[in-house]
Design a protein around this ligand. Structure first.
Ligand SMILES: Cc1cc2nc3c(=O)[nH]c(=O)nc-3n(C[C@H](O)[C@H](O)[C@H](O)COP(=O)(O)OP(=O)(O)OC[C@H]3O[C@@H](n4cnc5c(N)ncnc54)[C@H](O)[C@@H]3O)c2cc1C
Length: 345
């Protein structure tokens, strides 16, 4: 998205990717184009408003690989948040979306709810809020954005690792150097590594938190946002391409550790599912799993509460992005393009 926005602003852009475009974090998301209802709890109103506006843009710009999906948030006796707290969140979510809304929330009583999700465990069930969010095929959407960038004149160089960058705009690849007017470091979880190996300073830092998902061989019509019974964490059960996407987890890790769904994460997700539905699952229902490393802005001890906001840091000709979300990739890219137009300090 940064390459596309920079090209739109009239720059000549090389996008340099060590592997294939869309081979890392951006293909391993929960696939939601969303404001992030839970970020309201942490007072991130401007992030939510920005994300809801961007959600509408994606849905309109790339309708073949995005869609609106209905999501239910069931409330049980003893749920960590009361019905009225959730109601307040739902009202705020609709208000912050304003004219970019994709459907207003409403309350569903138990009978209505069990009609659409018959195997939801009904003990202590009070009902659910129904709301709407965007869903994407993240891999396909990223490839779509890459094609838009190419059409705008961006040159994409895959299987090309950047070894070092310098503050005055030089990029080193396998011993040879090329000079640029600006270098934008959007290497996701690897941004700090690239700065470190380049000997460049950085004010912000990242927390790397793995999130895993399971794809289940089950079809469903509604998504669900749920609290895991074991630890109260929020997780999603979403319809995805005729199957069910179940996730996610939060495991802090180092960059050099494998980014893959562990046995304990699989067990955690299966338990969370079975604690919620009567029709239980086991390993044989899992078609596949995938994991991604969230490049979170280092700001909070609990990754669940860590901000999904981003920071853009400029050091002479090098612009680095820390954190962010898929949903806000375009607005982030616009900020990068604005920064790139300014003379470096
Ligand atoms: C589990 C999980 C669930 C998520 N769910 C959502 C969601 O539902 N909605 C949402 O909006 N956001 C979500 N996110 C956040 C979102 O996916 C990320 O913020 C976003 O994908 C990060 O994109 P990126 O381009 O910064 O990183 P990446 O997609 O990782 O891209 C960085 C690229 O840089 C390349 N690279 C690294 N080092 C070098 C180098 N030296 N030279 C050349 N290339 C290099 C890598 O190969 C990689 O392709 C989720 C994230 C995770 C992990």
């Amino acid at each position: 998205m940064a390459a596309w926005e920079l090209a739109k602003a009239g720059h000549s852009v090389d996008l340099i990717e060590k592997s294939n475009v869309m081979s890392a974090t951006s293909s391993a998301s929960t696939k939601l184009l969303h404001g992030g209802l839970r970020y309201l709890e942490h007072g991130r109103f401007s992030l939510v408003r920005e994300s809801l506006r961007e959600r509408a843009w994606w849905l309109e710009a790339a309708p073949d690989v995005t869609q609106v999906i209905p999501i239910l948030f069931p409330i049980f006796q003893g749920s960590p948040r009361s019905r009225w707290t959730i109601k307040l969140g739902m009202v705020l979510y609709d208000r912050l979306a304003g004219k970019f809304g994709v459907g207003k929330h409403r309350w569903m009583n138990c009978d209505e709810l069990l009609e659409v999700i018959p195997d939801l465990k009904s003990a202590g069930l009070k009902g659910a809020y129904l709301f709407y969010d965007g869903q994407m095929d993240d891999h396909a959407l990223g490839l779509w954005a890459t094609e838009q960038a190419k059409a705008e004149g961006v040159t994409v160089r895959e299987h090309t690792r950047v070894d070092r960058i310098t503050a005055d705009g030089s990029v080193e690849i396998q011993g040879s150097q090329r000079q640029y007017d600006r270098v934008v470091n959007v290497a996701g979880p690897w941004v700090v590594e690239l700065l470190k190996q380049s000997g460049l300073p950085h004010e912000y830092d990242l927390d790397l938190v793995r999130g895993s998902h399971l794809l289940l061989d089950r079809a469903m019509n509604y998504g669900l946002m749920l609290n895991a019974r074991t630890d109260g964490r929020l997780f999603f059960v979403l319809p995805y391409k005729g199957k069910t996407l179940l996730g996610t987890t939060e495991v802090r890790q180092e960059l050099n550790e494998p980014v893959a769904c562990s046995k304990s994460e699989t067990d955690y997700l299966i338990t969370a599912y079975n604690d919620t539905f009567d029709d239980s699952i086991d390993q044989s229902d899992v078609v596949s799993s995938f994991a991604g490393l969230r490049p979170l802005l280092k700001s909070h001890k609990n990754p669940n509460k860590a901000t999904r906001e981003y920071r853009i840091e400029q050091h002479e000709k090098v612009i680095t992005v820390f954190g962010g979300k898929w949903t806000t990739a375009r607005s982030l890219a616009k900020e990068i393009a604005t920064k790139a137009n300014n003379q470096p300090a």
